[in-house]
Write a protein that binds this ligand. Structure first.
Ligand SMILES: [Fe+2]
Length: 379
């Protein structure tokens, strides 16, 4: 006899390896060994009003100022020991100047140069680094059009993990991940796997269209994710808190400051990653995620989780709707000359359209589509 309250076991699907179809337009795999990437380390963003952005990141989000001058602010999280996790640089166009990864050794910078040169990418190396606190580094315009940076040498600063006298209720303790918007997710994933990343979760439909994929180097759900959409653009950068209540405290503080309009989505719990989340927008519209409590992924046989794009719980475990701006808005990225990269449209199906548009509503229980998506008729 079946138990009427037994949840469906149909979703999501767990497999041993990445189930994303290999694209016909695959970027060729370089013969050279890729750099050994440790983790996402910092993002450099251009802001149009440095004072307004400093107020947002320092006075509201309580990131720690490591160093600053008239044009640039270097910020870090409470548990960080390297110089910074976020660089705010005054400039004319709000955009992202670098997605920066730390590599295991100085020799990995030579590997990065060889890897991207073989891919035919623009590659620049500066022995003195591109920003304060970072030494010898390599910047590239990667095959997807993103400004990627790799470095090993870095200035160490005080890790404030034990400085509870400085903590605030919403303290941000680590940089967790980047999220990038790109038109062709399978093409992006194949290149990122060549670079040494592993897929942990993804969203597909029954026809095999891939809408998003999460990939990691460090043993968490991701260091970066590829979100299908017009790109190259930056979807968000995420900082971790210790606990869920820290995220609630940030919401309460934003309300008390009459800044609730910067809350775009959440708080809530993700299906993908199982993490608790909040999305907010900075004064230029750059999206920041506050994120906590995903799971360990470091074993070599870590299972890959594939979500159905029509599963109403994939992006919010409680079934709350994803606001349209979350799908459509993202930040421009810059080339190595500091010029915005042209944005190419996605031609595969759009997640926004297939879940709340004309192609049909999502479901909460597979096979029970008649009950539909609880908010489907109100959107
Ligand atoms: Fe995220």
């Amino acid at each position: 006899m079946s138990n009427p309250i037994t949840p469906s076991s149909a979703e999501p699907v767990v497999t041993a390896t990445d189930p994303i179809p290999v694209p016909v337009n695959r970027i060729p795999t370089p013969a050279t060994t890729p750099p050994d990437i440790l983790r996402c380390a910092y993002m450099e963003i251009v802001v149009t009003d440095l004072a307004a952005s400093r107020k947002f990141y320092v006075d509201v989000l309580d990131l720690v100022v490591t160093e600053e001058d008239e044009t640039t602010v270097y910020l870090r999280s409470f548990e960080e020991f390297i110089h910074h996790n976020l660089v705010l640089r005054q400039g004319p166009v709000a955009a992202v100047a670098a997605f920066s990864y730390r590599v295991r050794s100085p020799e990995d910078l030579d590997r990065a140069v060889a890897f991207y040169t073989e891919l035919g990418c623009r590659v620049e190396r500066r022995a003195e680094g591109y920003v304060k606190g970072i030494g010898d580094s390599v910047r590239v315009e990667d095959p997807l059009g993103f400004p990627y940076e790799f470095f090993y040498d870095v200035e160490h600063v005080e890790r404030l993990a034990w400085r509870y006298d400085l903590y605030t209720p919403g303290a941000l303790v680590r940089l967790d991940h980047f999220n990038q918007v790109t038109p062709d997710v399978p093409r992006a994933v194949a290149y990122m796997e060549d670079l040494g990343f592993r897929v942990t979760e993804d969203i597909q439909d029954e026809a095999g269209t891939t809408y998003a994929a999460w990939m990691r180097r460090k043993p968490t759900v991701h260091d970066t994710a590829m979100t299908g959409g017009d790109g190259p653009r930056m979807h968000h950068v995420a900082f971790a808190t210790h606990e869920k209540h820290n995220i609630i405290a940030i919401c309460d503080k934003l309300g008390a400051l009459r800044m609730s309009d910067v809350i775009e989505r959440g708080p809530g719990r993700h299906g993908v990653s199982n993490a608790f989340y909040l999305y907010i927008r900075d004064p230029d519209g750059h999206r920041i995620e506050i994120y906590t409590q995903d799971y360990y992924t470091g074993d070599p046989d870590n299972p890959v989780v594939t979500w159905d794009v029509h599963d109403n719980q994939r992006r919010d475990w409680w079934g709350n709707a994803v606001v349209p701006s979350w799908y459509t808005d993202a930040s421009l990225v810059l080339d190595l000359d500091g010029e915005p990269k042209p944005v190419v449209s996605r031609t595969d199906d759009s997640e926004l359209e297939v879940t709340i548009g004309a192609d049909g509503f999502s479901y909460t229980r597979k096979g029970d589509e008649a009950q539909g998506f609880k908010l489907g008729n109100t959107l």
